[in-house]
Design a protein around this ligand. Sequence first.
Ligand SMILES: Nc1ncnc2c1ncn2[C@@H]1O[C@H](COP(=O)(O)OP(=O)(O)OP(=O)(O)O)[C@@H](O)[C@H]1O
Ligand SMILES: [Mg+2]
Length: 449
Amino acid sequence: MPTNIIVVGDAALGWAGVGPSLEAVGHTIGRADDLGSALDRALPDPGAVVLLCLRQPDPSVFPALEHHAVAPVVALLGQPELAGVLDLLRAGAAEVVGYPQELDLLPTAVERVFQRWALRPARLAGPLDDDEVERFGELIGASRPMRQLMALARRIAPTDASVLITGETGTGKELVARGIHQHSRRGEGPFIAVNCAAIPETLLESELFGHTRGSFTGASAARAGLLVRARGGTLFLDEIGDMPLPLQAKLLRVLEDHRVRPVGSDEELRTDFRLVAATHQDLEQAVQDGRFREDLFYRLDIARVAIPPLRERGPDVMALARLFLAQASDRLQRPVLGMSRRAALRLAEYPWPGNARELRNCMERAAMMAEGELVELADLPDRIAGYAPEHVLVAGSTPDTLVSMAEVERRYIRRVLTAVGGHRGRAAQILGFDRKTLYRKLRAMGGGD
Ligand SMILES: Nc1ncnc2c1ncn2[C@@H]1O[C@H](COP(=O)(O)OP(=O)(O)OP(=O)(O)O)[C@@H](O)[C@H]1O
Ligand SMILES: [Mg+2]
């Protein structure tokens, strides 16, 4: 694929040999005065690769490399000793090619970097391509668990079976419910969402079942319930774990015989809806504790979609961060294109107790705070910018902030992977694992594919 190559660095170094060999395979070549301006030019151009020519390892390039993580950099290095190569890779170069020994490898290195960068889920700027993420309705996902979840949701959607969606707060339960509705035979019908936890117990029954005029104080007119208005469509009962027990019994009856009796009425109305329910609670536990009816639980739990927390979904963090950043910069009319590598590393380390919703709010704020085209670490909310997993390792930690070795390892693996732009071979090298071991660990973390 022809690429726009921006050359920067020691001009004398191999220019005569480098330019023609790349032009011969169809790339266009431009020059920049310093790495910063090369990266600035490459930033909005998805077809750009920066070629950094260095006679010898030069630490003065590291800040620019670390700062911009949004364009792929291939380094051509005159003294390719291991330490210098590793330093460049750690700072963010995607490939290092020895000069002049490996010059013939340069075109394939550029091609490989371009392909990998274009495909890699953790690319830090620009719109998401379809080969980077899977979509289901408005839901996106790059991680293995989310891809599996969307495949399951696609199978369930057309069946009309009741669905129970579980997941921590902010994991996207409502989006999954909407996606299932859209992909069902009822997609043209209404989607009625009711939050059982937000409506006072006394009102919930008349909201759901409707009421006749004068059936209770304040019921000045007859009103059709949501169970009837959902006819032909999908009823989404959010936080069903909070539904009072007497209403649970009434709901179960409606599910069995498709008839609704409004409050204060002798008449029954026919209805026909598909039920999708969601909860952040452990419903099995609620059944054991007597807070949730066992018969209703089994009636609901025909198809279960369990959304894992964001911290277990590796590449989803970067994919969602980009999506939310693009949405926020559209809405705010601020041209924020991406994030610095430092900011991205922090997002990858942070455990996201509020899941995708917390990430969306974080990126909205970042888009507002950003002064240039990139979100910087300081543009993130303090609790995230200041989150430092390394601190849990040092003296002075309290028992509450200490984590297990396994968690330390997971965090460090994520950190290294982000630093090397998702390149697993390089990550394995730095971590001292063989590739198989790294793949196994990634699969266990939910980031493998
Ligand atoms: N995979 C995803 N792709 C795109 N947007 C997402 C995804 N997951 C969550 N979101 C967005 O994050 C926010 C929270 O999602 P949603 O409201 O569906 O979560 P929830 O699980 O219903 O949360 P709660 O338990 O607090 O009700 C929404 O703005 C939603 O659009
Ligand atoms: Mg919700």
